[in-house]
Design a protein around this ligand. Structure first.
Ligand code: AFP
Length: 329
């Protein structure tokens, strides 16, 4: 079962479908293959290392970031499926060139998540979030991009690790397709992924511990105590690439988090490019997302590059973390 066939078969289940959404997903899977090809030969060609400028969040931009950003934009700008795009690497929204038609969808993407891990050959990824436009005609607007996560019609990521997997949901479960380089096709490898209701792994940058709230510190201390009945102590696993840490959490259960702290009350991760799409995937797989008090998908965005505290994973684990945060609030 190739990704292409799966997309077409999903479309056939929707009698009114125009094929525009399928066309968008096909273009996205081509972009994923083009980025994979560059990532997989990163050590051999001149794409490692940094450019000499920073993005809107102050991160140093890597050469592969630029390649991935441009590749995704160029794969998506001419199909007539999207009316506007926004990328973590660009300050403003990205308009569709005048010579191409504007479609009914909106695409937001993090072209290369975990770029600080590229040179060390550690798992990286690309993340995407898709909405229907709210404006009626012509070029899309900032308002088309600033929609709450529950309005996503689809979201997903591509993980470039020991193998490359395209994981997405259109609101009907979460499915994963592994790239078979010998045929250049994404093949169904993880159908209808369900996250365990409770895990035994926690994943976060504990280096920020001293700046966390009492509730967050108490929660992590609780996970480290020994008690077989509750799977404790939990094991700590942290790559520093959200795609990798969230993908492991999706498959094995447990919790991934990037809390707010005294230095960064809103944490580090971006609502529109990282947290919304990952929350959509985790909740579609039967898990839970939170900003500490409510689902990430209920957060009303106010700016393209806003950050949010984020907690994702098994329902029981995220609910318990929320309880600890609430008790100390
Ligand atoms: P980069 O893309 O700058 O490497 O940041 C990756 C990321 O946005 C996310 O993928 C990680 O979960 C998080 O930042 C890692 O942040 P810390 O380095 O502060 O742990």
């Amino acid at each position: 079962m190739t990704l292409e066939r799966f997309i077409n078969e999903q479309e056939a289940k929707h009698p009114g479908a125009t094929g525009e959404f399928s066309g968008l997903l096909h273009d996205l899977s081509l972009a994923a293959k083009l980025v994979w090809r560059e990532v997989s030969k990163a050590g051999l060609v001149d794409v490692l290392g940094s450019t000499d400028h920073t993005n809107s969040s102050g991160d140093i931009v890597k050469k592969l970031d630029v390649f991935a950003d441009e590749t995704i934009f160029k794969a998506m700008d001419h199909g007539g499926h999207v009316c506007v795009m926004a990328s973590e690497e660009n300050e403003d929204i990205l308009h569709i060139p005048d010579e191409y038609a504007a479609g009914k969808y909106v695409l937001l993407y993090d072209p290369l998540d975990g770029s600080s891990n590229i040179d060390a050959n550690i798992t990286i990824g690309s993340i995407f979030s898709i909405f229907k436009r709210v404006s009626t005609t012509g070029k899309g607007t900032l308002q088309d991009c600033l929609q709450p996560g529950y309005k996503q019609v689809s979201a997903g990521y591509i993980i470039y690790g020991s193998s490359t997997i395209f994981v997405y949901s259109t609101g009907h479960g979460v499915h994963g397709f592994t790239l078979d380089p010998s045929v250049g096709e994404f093949l169904l490898s993880h159908e209808n992924i369900r996250i365990p209701s409770k895990g035994k792994i926690y994943s976060l940058n504990e280096g920020n511990y001293c700046n966390w709230s009492d509730g967050m510190q108490k929660y992590i201390q609780y996970l480290k105590e020994s008690d077989k009945a509750t799977n404790r102590p939990y094991s700590l696993r942290y790559i520093g690439t959200m795609v990798g840490d969230a993908h492991r959490t999706l498959l094995y259960g447990g919790i991934f988090a990037y809390p707010g702290d005294r230095k960064n009350p809103q944490g580090k991760l971006r609502l529109m490019y990282e947290c919304n799409p990952m929350a959509f995937i985790i909740e579609q797989a039967g898990g839970k997302s939170s900003d500490g008090t409510k689902s990430i998908l209920q957060v009303q965005p106010t700016s393209l590059h806003q950050h949010t505290p984020v907690f994702l994973g098994s329902t029981e684990d995220v609910a318990l973390c929320e309880k600890f945060l609430k008790e100390s609030a």
